[in-house]
Design a protein around this ligand. Structure first.
Ligand code: 5GP
Ligand code: MN
Length: 342
């Protein structure tokens, strides 16, 4: 298949050498794993399994949405917040640790100290801007829309497309779909569709994958969505911005579980004229900030200045320690610095 060689040859060569020589592998993903973190890690997990590697574990700091749990291998993901000793042991004793879909140790929360302490060879495969220097190999390609796509490209460049199994292809497709909003943003690169063609040739049912991820709302989630749009969305017309907020009380009312608010932050962008959307969710330990934009508004800079975070231009996030009122005040202050409210 015709794919351009975006990833540097010497990175491919080193990764291949580590894979060939290694016998135990830990694949680490970021906190609150999203579809791309889950998809890329399970894609690599299945691929290494096909190669005959029998000591391969995916390690996540914490739980991920239920609508990814149909993916083969997802039930074996080791969650650090449930099994801290086991997760840290796996990272300590691995020959190779893959860091997937994140670019700085901070993004794995309490796993960070084990991650930087291990003597394993660390290989970053990621697409966020400005990677920190903590890995032996830093494959960092912000121009690629998902880490899952990078896993596919890596496997092909190692000359092993034939070894890609259907479960690996399903995971990779799920991740690519997730980070592009089902191919509605960051998705104009024609080779994305060459890759999809070759995943379909592995037997995936892309329509079914879409349904399994996007059409499995609980009644509670659907009602919370209605509530958010009707009562909890504030529009700042002059800034072309929307803000939605949910407090602990709101979340309890709708029996919130992980993943229930996924995608809420995208909804206001469907309003004509809105180019920037923010969502503040009061979690037990902090306020989680999610930002989305269309066009040139830099969500990652906004997250970094106001909310100790980062990400991509059109999708970023961060966190805030304090009350919802203070978070909203900081949001409005930061917004005024970015847009002209007059
Ligand atoms: P989400 O809003 O879906 O949680 O996150 C969107 C994107 O923002 C993620 O893919 C990630 O790149 C980035 N992001 C989210 N939360 C954080 C954070 O706390 N710190 C940093 N550096 N990036 C984040
Ligand atoms: Mn990603």
């Amino acid at each position: 298949m015709l794919l351009s060689k975006i990833i540097k040859e010497d990175e491919i060569r080193k990764a291949k050498k580590y894979i060939e020589k290694g016998s135990s592998f830990a694949i680490v993903i970021h906190s609150a794993p999203d579809g791309d973190a889950i998809g890329s890690s399970l894609g690599l997990f299945h691929f290494l399994g096909t190669l005959g590697k029998d000591k391969v574990h995916v390690i996540a700091p914490n739980d991920f949405p239920a609508y990814y749990k149909w993916l083969s291998g997802s039930r074996d993901i080791v969650m650090h917040d449930r099994y801290p000793d086991f997760a840290e042991h796996l990272i300590r004793d691995a020959d190779v640790v893959f860091c997937l879909d994140f670019n700085e140790p901070r993004r794995v929360g309490k796993l960070a100290s084990a991650l930087v302490a291990t003597e394993a060879r660390r290989v970053m495969i990621d697409h966020h801007l400005n990677p920190e220097d903590f890995c032996r190999v830093t494959m960092s390609y912000p121009q690629i829309s998902s880490t899952s796509e990078m896993i596919f490209r890596l496997i092909c460049r190692m000359g092993m497309y034939d070894l890609l199994s259907k479960p690996a292809a399903e995971a990779i497709y799920t991740g690519m779909m997730s980070d592009t909003g089902a191919f509605t943003f960051n998705s104009n690169h024609p080779e994305i569709y060459t890759i999809i063609e070759n995943l379909i040739r592995k037997g995936i049912d892309k329509d079914q994958i879409y349904r399994r991820v996007n059409q499995v709302y609980s009644e509670n989630r659907m009602r919370m969505m209605g509530y958010v749009l009707y009562e909890k969305m504030k529009i700042y017309p002059k800034s072309h911005t929307a803000l939605i907020t949910l407090t602990q009380q709101d979340l309890r009312r709708f029996r919130y579980t992980t993943g229930d608010t996924e995608g809420f932050v995208n909804m206001p962008l469907s309003i004509d004229g809105i180019i920037f959307s923010a969502f503040l969710r009061e979690d037990p330990e902090n306020i989680k900030v999610s930002l989305r934009s269309s066009g040139n508004f830099p969500c990652n800079e906004f997250a970094a200045t106001g909310f100790n975070g980062g990400g991509h231009k059109n999708a970023a996030g961060g966190e805030f320690k304090g009350t919802m009122q203070d978070a909203i005040a900081l949001f409005e202050k930061t917004l005024n610095a970015y847009t002209d409210p007059t």
